[in-house]
Design a protein around this ligand. Structure first.
Ligand SMILES: Cc1cc2nc3c(=O)[nH]c(=O)nc-3n(C[C@H](O)[C@H](O)[C@H](O)COP(=O)(O)OP(=O)(O)OC[C@H]3O[C@@H](n4cnc5c(N)ncnc54)[C@H](O)[C@@H]3O)c2cc1C
Length: 379
C-alpha cells in the first residue's frame, strides 16, 4: 500500500495498515508533519460534536486511543484532561444542556456544572458565568509527536518512508484501476494507494479522474510564554460549537484555551475561508486575545510568544472522505477531517485498514464514502 502524505492521518494509516501485515510505503513531498499537522492544536474532542457521523467517528476514535494505543500514549503526550464548556448566558446554558442530552444518548459522558461550582474545576476562569458542562473524555495530544511516533512504530513493522518525494500522478491500468504512484523520483507499484494528502487531497483524487472536494479553512493559534499550571481542562465557550458547525465564510473566533506540558498556553483558534492566504492577520490575533481575556482575565499580563496559522482540510458537508473509492478501484481516501483530524486520525486509520484488508469494519463507512461526491473530474 502506498500512502500519500505523512501528516497525522497518513502516519496513523501507516501504523494500522502495517499492523495488519500489509507492506506500506509512505511518500511525503516535504517532511513528516509538514502540513496542517504541524499547524494545529492537539484537541481530541467529543464535546464539540453533535450527534451524527462525526460524533460516531470521534467516539470510535476514543476507543482506539484508549485501547489499541494505550501503551504508546506517553509518546505523544496524551493527556486525558477533560473539557470544560462554559455558557455565558441563560440561552447558552439551555443550548449546552440540549446538546449534552443528545450526546449522552450516544455514549458521551457529560456532567453539568452549576455556576457556583465552576471555580472548583477552573479557579482562574472568570466569574459570572451561567453554567458549564464538563466532558471527561476530551483529551489532548502533541500532533507532531503523534505523527512522528506512529510512523516510527510503523517502520518497526517494516513500513518504509520517503520524504522530499512528491506524488505527481497515479499509475492506472486500462480499466481505470489504480496500481501505484508516479513520483518526482520514479514510480512505485502497489495494490492500493491511500490519499492522505490533506488540503492537497483534491489534486491526488483528480489524478484518478474523481472529485473529492477538500478545501482550506484558515486558523490562527497564539502561544504564550510558559507559565506555572493554571488551566486544568480544555476550556472553551459554548459558542465554539456553533462555529465549528458553521458554513459561514467570514472570520469566526471562538476560543479554546489549554495548558501544555511545556507550560505555554495555547489560545486558538479562528476559522476563515480565505483560500491559502498565509499572511499574518493582526485583526484575528487581536480577536483571539480578546476572547481569551474574556474567559481568563488573569492572562492580561502574560506575553504571547508567537502565533502560527494552518489550513484545515474540509469537505463541503463537513465530513471526511474515508475508504475505498467506488469510482476508482485501488484508490482509497483518508482526508478532509477539517478541525478534528488529529482526534479522528486513529479511528479513521483503523477503519481504513480493516476495509483495505477486506475484513468487516467496526463502524459503517457509508457516511464517509468518497463515492458521495458524484461529479467526476475529466483529465
Ligand atoms: C488552527 C488549527 C487548529 C486545529 N486544531 C485541531 C485540534 O485541536 N484537534 C484536531 O483534531 N484537529 C485540529 N485541527 C485540524 C487538523 O490539524 C487537521 O485535520 C489534520 O492535521 C489533517 O491531517 P492530514 O494528515 O490530513 O493533513 P496534513 O497534516 O496536511 O498532511 C498531508 C501531507 O500530505 C503531503 N502531501 C500533499 N500532497 C502531496 C503529494 N503530491 N506528494 C506527497 N506528499 C504530499 C503534505 O506535504 C502533508 O505533509 C486544527 C487545524 C488548524 C488549522
Amino acid at each position: 500500500v502506498v500512502i500519500v502524505g505523512a501528516g497525522a492521518i497518513g502516519a496513523a494509516c501507516a501504523f494500522f495498515l502495517s499492523g495488519r501485515g500489509l507492506r506500506v510505503h509512505v511518500v511525503e513531498r516535504a517532511q513528516v508533519a509538514a502540513g496542517t499537522t504541524s499547524a494545529c492544536e492537539g484537541n481530541v474532542l467529543v464535546s464539540d460534536k453533535a450527534p451524527g457521523p462525526e460524533l460516531d467517528l470521534a467516539l470510535y476514535s476514543q476507543t482506539v486511543w484508549r485501547t489499541d494505543l494505550a501503551e504508546h500514549q506517553h509518546l505523544w503526550e496524551f493527556e486525558s484532561k477533560g473539557g470544560l464548556v462554559d455558557a455565558a448566558t441563560d440561552a447558552e446554558r439551555q443550548a449546552l444542556r440540549a446538546l449534552g442530552e443528545g450526546q449522552r444518548r450516544h455514549g458521551v459522558v457529560v456532567e453539568e456544572v452549576a455556576a457556583d461550582a465552576i471555580p472548583d474545576h477552573e479557579p482562574h476562569l472568570r466569574r459570572g458565568l451561567a453554567a458549564a458542562a464538563r466532558y471527561p473524555q476530551d483529551a489532548q495530544v502533541h500532533p507532531i509527536l503523534l505523527a512522528a511516533h506512529l510512523l516510527r512504530l510503523a517502520r518497526l513493522r517494516g513500513a518504509t518512508l520517503s520524504t522530499g518525494v512528491e506524488v505527481t500522478g497515479l499509475l492506472r491500468s486500462p480499466d481505470g484501476r489504480v496500481h501505484g504512484v508516479r513520483t518526482s523520483h520514479g514510480t512505485v507499484s502497489s495494490a492500493y494507494v491511500v490519499n492522505a494528502a490533506g488540503t492537497a487531497a483534491t489534486r491526488i483524487a483528480a489524478m484518478a479522474g474523481v472529485a473529492v472536494p477538500v478545501l482550506p479553512r484558515r486558523g490562527f493559534v497564539l502561544v504564550t510564554e510558559p507559565l506555572p499550571p493554571m488551566i486544568r481542562h480544555k476550556v472553551y465557550a459554548a459558542a465554539y460549537v456553533a462555529s465549528t458547525l458553521s458554513s459561514d465564510e467570514a472570520l469566526q473566533t471562538s476560543t479554546v484555551i489549554e495548558g501544555t506540558p511545556a507550560g505555554s498556553i495555547l489560545i486558538g483558534s479562528s476559522r476563515e475561508r480565505i483560500g491559502f492566504d498565509s499572511r499574518v492577520s493582526l485583526d484575528v490575533i487581536r480577536a483571539l486575545s480578546a476572547d481569551a481575556l474574556a474567559l481568563f482575565p488573569g492572562l492580561a499580563d502574560v506575553r504571547v510568544l508567537r502565533s502560527y496559522l494552518g489550513f484545515r482540510p474540509y469537505c463541503p458537508d463537513h465530513l471526511p472522505a474515508i475508504g475505498l473509492d467506488p469510482r476508482a478501484p485501488g484508490l482509497a481516501h483518508a482526508a478532509g477531517h477539517e478541525g478534528a483530524g488529529i482526534g479522528l486520525s486513529v479511528g479513521t486509520a483503523k477503519l481504513l485498514a480493516q476495509q483495505v484488508a477486506g475484513v468487516p469494519t467496526d463502524l459503517g463507512l457509508e457516511s464517509y464514502s468518497p463515492g458521495r461526491f458524484t461529479q467526476d473530474v475529466h483529465r
